[in-house]
Ligand binder design. Structure first.
Ligand code: FE2
Ligand code: FE2
Length: 328
């Protein structure tokens, strides 16, 4: 089975029309068209770089009793990890799919509007990488964290693990597409957590908010792209896509304890084993922080729930899509 079989089929929905409008609005909406933020000039070390509630151990007694200096460093490390994870999402999850779209490697994408929009989106994502690299570097310099090293994130590791389970190229591409689509649906919420945090370092909030604005458009882009691609998949490919689409929900919910363990050890936090051990024992993932409604809506619009396999995949115990029955 080849993914390219149906490339020349015409669409019978209005996705291309919507994608065309989104492409035409790029010049006026894209953050890359605005002046760059002078991060070094705005950075204020009196503000924390991150918020306690985003740390997976923020309620642990050992964290609640730490001194201000260590707490500041942990929060700054949280900001660095948040951004390094954002870079991974852009560089390892979204950009490869944009490149596949530019080369029309996915069904239904042999279309100038889609290629053009994918190129615009790729520019946006490259700009986001530049923005977060700049803010991260300033934070590292200001807080003496230039040497802080992070291991790879569960999110990326899980995608690669899933991709490696399949032998066919079309299966691998659809796993990456599912991860990309879910990322683009979830990233706005992920960014809102910080963009709306009044007490945090102003430049971090501003940077995150600029990024979030682009991602609101990307969410519509990928919603319509998914519809268009799904429409052109064979029954076998549709079934497979339905099965893998909910998986990234769990990958996104990872509390990234390996990353945090590495960070806390480098900061010489003496209760690292106790804190990470206790939190891990509770749960490796935190599904409470994830709003599934948009993914459920996307799956519904795309036609995933019109297929028995789609319904079943969203009901699998390992997926645990909360309120699924209530939402459909
Ligand atoms: Fe982005
Ligand atoms: Fe994006």
């Amino acid at each position: 089975m080849e993914l390219s079989e149906n490339h020349t089929e015409k669409s019978d929905n209005n996705c291309i029309l919507i994608l065309d409008k989104l492409g035409k609005s790029w010049s006026s909406r894209a953050q890359v068209k605005n002046d760059e933020i002078e991060v070094d000039l705005i950075y204020n070390p009196d503000h924390d770089d991150f918020i306690d509630s985003l740390l997976p151990f923020h309620e642990h007694p050992r964290y609640l009793e730490i001194d201000d200096e260590t707490r500041t460093l942990i929060l700054s490390s949280g900001w660095i990890a948040y951004n390094e994870k954002t870079i991974d999402i852009e560089a390892k999850i979204i950009s490869p799919v944009c490149n596949q779209l530019i080369y029309s490697e996915l069904p239904g994408t042999n279309n100038h509007i889609i290629r053009w929009l994918a190129a615009e989106t790729l520019v946006d994502e490259a700009y986001h990488i530049l923005m977060v690299l700049n803010t991260c570097y300033t934070c590292r310099k200001q807080r003496g964290l230039l040497e802080l090293k992070l291991p790879s994130f569960d999110l990326v590791n899980n995608i690669e693990k899933e991709v490696s389970r399949y032998s066919h190229d079309w299966q691998k591409k659809l796993v990456r597409l599912a991860a990309c689509v879910v990322s683009e649906v979830f990233i706005s919420d992920y960014l809102s957590l910080l963009a709306n945090a009044d007490e945090v370092q102003p430049v971090n909030r501003i940077t995150t908010d600029y990024h979030r604005k682009d991602e609101l458009a990307h969410s519509s882009i990928f919603r319509n792209l998914t519809k268009e691609i799904f429409h052109h998949l064979s029954y076998k490919e549709k079934t497979f896509f339905c099965q893998v689409l909910p998986l990234p929900v769990h990958w996104f919910a990872s509390q990234e304890f390996i990353v945090w363990e590495t960070i806390l050890n480098q900061l010489n936090f003496k209760y690292t084993n106790e804190v990470i051990g206790d939190c891990r024992a509770e749960s490796e993932i935190n599904l409470n922080r994830i709003d599934y409604s948009e993914l459920i809506q996307l799956a519904s619009e795309v036609g995933v729930f019109d297929m028995i396999e789609g319904k079943e995949s969203f009901e699998l115990p390992r997926v645990i899509i909360l309120n699924f029955h209530a939402s459909t």
